[in-house]
Design a protein around this ligand. Structure first.
Ligand code: ADP
Length: 487
C-alpha cells in the first residue's frame, strides 16, 4: 500500500483528516480574528473617548489658569482645588509650566520649581498639543498649550495671533479600560473555546459524513475484487464518485469482455484442434476393428488421416501466427519497403492456386509506393485477403488488386467476383474461428483465423481495414496503412 503514496508527512495523507482540519480552521480562524478585532476595537474606542474627555477638562482648566493669573501667582485656592480634583479624577498627575519651562505646579509635588524641557513640551510651546497612550503602563499623557490672545493696551483690541503662556502636562490612568479589556478578553476566550469545541464536533461529524461515499466505493471494489459480487457499482452521492465508479465499471466491463473472449477463444481452440483428432481416431478405429481390410481401403483411410494431420498443422500454424500478432509494437520489424514488389511477390506465389481455381488475378498499380512496414506481417495480411478472394470465388471469376497512395497512406484494395458475404456475417468475419459457411469449410479449407490475423497486422501498422460485399456479386476489402510508421 505504501508505494502508492507520494512522499511527505504520512500523517496528512488521510483525506478525512484533511477535511477535518479544513473545517476546523474555517471555524476557528475567523472566530479568533473576530475576538481580537472586537477587543482591540473596544480598547481603541475607549482610549479615544478618554483622550477627548481629559482634553476638554484640561482646556477648561487652562482657561481658568489664565483668568486667575495662575501663571504669575500660583496661590489661587480655586485653581489648586480644580487641579487636585483633576488629578484625583483621573488618578494621574498634572503639571503646569510657565513660559520659562519652569514647573510652577505639580500635583505630585515632586518637580515644582524645576525646569522641564522635553520634545513634547517644546512642540507644545509652538502650539502643537500632543497626546500619547502608553498601553504597557496603562496611562494617557497629554500636553496642552495655555494660550491667550493678548489685548493691545493702547487700542484695547484683541490680537488675532495667540501667545503661548505656558504648558499643561497631564497624565491620566487608563486602568479601568484595562480592567474592562481583561473582562472582555476572558469572556471572549470562553466563547472562543466553546466555538472550538463545537467546531471540533462539527468537523469530526462532517469529515465522517463527507468521506462515507468514498468508503462505499472501497467496500464495493473490495467485494468485486474478492469475487463476492460482479455487479456494477453505483455510488451517486457526488459527481466525483459517479466518475470514479463509472471508470471502474468500464474497466470491469472491459475485463469481463476480455475474460469472455479469452474463454471463448480457449473453447474454440480446443474444439478446432479436437475435430481433426476425432476424425483421425474414427478412421484409425474403423481400420483396427475390421479384419482383412483391403490395401486400397487402408491407403484411402491413411490419406484421409494424413489430410487431417495437415489440417491440424495448419490450425496450429495459424494460431502461432495470431499469438505473434497479439504482441506489442516492440515486436515490429519496420523497414522501408517497396510495396509494389511486395504485392508482386505475393501474386507470384498465389498464381498457381488461382490457376487451380480458374480465377484470373489482375494487379493494378496506380503509382510506385514505398512505405515503412513490417514486410512479413504485411505479406501475411495481403496474402490472406487474396487467398480468400481466390477461395471464395467461382471458376472463371477474377480478383483485382489495386495499389494506390496519397501523401499519408497507401491503400491495397482486393476486389473479387466471388460468392460475397451476407450482411449479418460481415460484422463477425474478423472474429477468430468464424466461418460463414461451416458445412463447406472442409472442402474449401481454412481455419477461420485468416481475417483475424490480417486485422491484427493492419492494426499493428496503425492502419485500418474495411469490407464491402454483396451476396452472390463479390467482396471488396480495402486496407489503409500509413506510409510512415509512428510508434
Ligand atoms: P478462413 O480460413 O475460413 O478463410 P478467414 O478468417 O480468412 O477464415 O475468413 C472468415 C470467413 O469470412 C470465411 O470463412 C469466409 O466465409 C468469409 N470470407 C472471407 N473472405 C471472403 C471473400 N473474399 N469472399 C467471401 N467470403 C469471404
Amino acid at each position: 500500500m505504501k508505494k502508492y503514496f507520494r512522499k511527505g508527512f504520512p500523517f496528512f495523507r488521510s483525506f478525512r483528516l484533511r477535511i477535518f482540519l479544513i473545517i476546523l480552521c474555517a471555524g476557528i480562524i475567523p472566530a479568533t480574528i473576530l475576538r481580537y478585532v472586537i477587543v482591540n476595537a473596544y480598547e481603541n474606542r475607549a482610549v479615544d473617548v478618554k483622550k477627548k474627555e481629559v482634553e476638554n477638562q484640561v482646556r477648561i482648566i487652562a482657561n481658568h489658569l489664565l483668568a486667575y493669573g495662575y501663571l504669575e501667582d500660583s496661590s489661587s485656592e480655586v485653581v489648586n482645588a480644580e487641579l487636585n480634583q483633576l488629578s484625583n479624577l483621573y488618578n494621574g498627575r498634572v503639571m503646569i509650566m510657565d513660559d520659562t519651562f519652569r514647573v510652577i505646579r505639580d500635583t505630585y509635588g515632586i518637580s515644582e520649581g524645576k525646569t522641564m524641557i522635553s520634545e513634547e513640551v517644546i512642540k507644545c510651546y509652538r502650539g502643537e498639543s500632543h497626546t500619547h497612550y502608553n498601553r504597557r503602563y496603562q496611562y494617557i499623557e497629554m500636553t496642552v498649550p495655555i494660550t491667550e490672545f493678548p489685548v493691545n493696551m493702547d487700542t484695547g483690541e484683541t490680537s488675532d495671533v495667540s501667545v503661548c503662556r505656558g504648558v499643561m502636562l497631564v497624565s491620566a490612568s487608563t486602568d479601568n479600560i484595562a480592567i474592562t479589556r481583561a473582562i472582555l478578553n476572558r469572556k471572549s476566550m470562553v466563547v472562543l473555546f466553546t466555538c472550538i469545541g463545537c467546531m471540533v464536533a462539527i468537523a469530526i461529524g462532517l469529515s465522517y459524513i463527507l468521506i462515507r461515499p468514498f468508503n462505499k466505493i472501497t467496500q464495493a471494489i473490495t467485494a468485486v475484487r474478492a469475487g463476492f459480487s460482479d455487479e456494477e457499482i453505483s455510488v451517486p452521492d457526488y459527481y466525483e464518485t459517479v466518475h470514479i465508479v463509472d471508470a471502474f465499471n468500464q474497466l470491469q466491463r472491459r475485463m469481463k469482455a476480455f475474460d469472455d473472449s479469452r474463454q471463448e477463444f480457449v473453447a474454440n481452440v480446443s474444439h478446432e484442434l479436437k475435430t481433426p483428432i476425432t476424425s483421425m481416431k474414427v478412421l484409425a478405429d474403423s481400420l483396427l476393428t475390421q479384419d482383412n481390410v483391403p490395401v486400397e481401403i487402408y491407403r484411402e483411410f491413411m490419406e484421409d488421416i494424413s489430410a487431417e494431420i495437415d489440417r491440424e498443422n495448419e490450425i496450429i500454424n495459424d494460431l502461432l501466427t495470431l499469438v505473434k500478432m497479439d504482441k506489442t509494437a516492440a515486436d515490429m520489424s519496420i523497414q522501408q519497403t517497396d510495396i509494389n514488389s511486395l504485392v508482386e511477390q505475393i501474386l507470384k506465389r498465389l498464381r498457381p492456386i488461382a490457376v487451380q481455381h480458374e480465377v484470373e488475378l489482375i494487379f493494378e498499380s496506380l503509382r510506385a509506393v514505398s512505405a515503412n512496414v513490417d514486410s512479413v506481417k504485411l505479406t501475411l495480411a495481403v496474402s490472406n485477403l487474396i487467398e480468400n478472394a481466390i477461395k471464395y470465388n467461382h471458376p472463371g471469376g477474377w480478383v483485382r488488386i489495386v495499389l494506390d497512395a496519397d501523401h499519408q497512406v497507401f491503400t491495397v484494395t482486393v476486389q473479387d467476383s466471388g460468392i460475397g458475404i451476407a450482411k449479418e456475417d460481415l460484422e463477425h468475419i474478423y472474429e477468430r474461428f468464424y466461418r460463414v459457411d461451416k458445412s463447406h469449410s472442409k472442402e474449401i479449407g481454412g481455419t477461420g483465423l485468416g481475417l483475424a490475423i490480417t486485422r491484427s497486422a493492419v492494426l499493428m501498422h496503425r492502419g485500418s481495414i474495411q469490407v464491402e460485399s454483396a451476396l452472390g456479386e463479390g467482396t471488396t476489402f480495402t486496407m489503409r496503412i500509413p506510409l510512415i510508421y509512428i510508434v
